[in-house]
Design a protein around this ligand. Sequence first.
Ligand SMILES: O=C(O)c1cc(C(=O)O)oc(=O)c1
Length: 313
Amino acid sequence: MKQESIFSKSPGWLDWYTGPSKPVFKLPPGAVDAHCHVFGPGAEFPYAPERKYTPCDASKAQLYALREQLGFSRNVIVQATCHGADNRAMVDACLSSGGKARGVATVRRTVSDEELQALHDAGVRGVRFNFVKRLVDFTPREELLEIAGRVAKLGWHIVVYFESQDLPELWDFFSALPTIVVVDHMGRPDVSKDIDGPEFALFLKFMREHPNVWSKVSCPERLSVSGPKALDGERMAYRDVIPFARRVVESFPDRVLWGTDWPHPNLKDHMPDDGLLVELLPQIAPTAELQHKLLVDNPMRLYWPEETSNGAR
Ligand SMILES: O=C(O)c1cc(C(=O)O)oc(=O)c1
């Protein structure tokens, strides 16, 4: 059950969808929801003073109930910006998952080696660098490079979140990163533009020229311009985003991940039924082989390499 947070939510905040449908599409056994978050609960894990939004609470128990409802086996919990570099809520969720969740943290350059090791022991396997200006304050590139060098030694990767118009300016910085680099939400393409136009071509070139770059083909609910919405049983939602996601999956089948993005921070228009997001998977990855890579092989190689015969290195 949802409970009111002790924090006041940002004006216009939309809460996650209650009672998601059970997907008709059967996920392959061992499927990983490789991009989701926990928010608080604020009474236990307060939101960071420097946050740009205040969400509703979204607890680990609620996340794990969603995992069961949708048919996933595991989660990758990405530190949400409303918690800043205080990773306690995400770490607590990982630690109480019985090994079924791994994490992506946010750290500052002041983080100690002991703290990094404690994050690793809790299941953290990456850090997130965020370049979306409405979500975070600017961090100097040299600070990020220093963090990158330190987490590379732990075998971690770096998750980057940026908007498509900023890729040209970020290209050289990304090229200098010494780890696997995972791009959130396909670098946020403008799907009202031509899929064969220069902007998306640049993103595909970026992936082609950097074999260490992976992409999450997630967040159609965030990227869609013309819908339809994943509500009221609509199993062909967000049709304008599908070709973009499919192009990435078919071009780079061994370097793609998918996640629900639950609890969908900062959506302004509607909250999707998460069960209907799962129904889009056979359109994004049209064969059983592509589905298995996207949902099982790739996330397992990146987050649970010790359970696979060839971890991602
Ligand atoms: O577009 C967003 O607002 C958003 C925010 C966050 C976060 O606050 O961490 O994470 C996401 O994956 C997407």
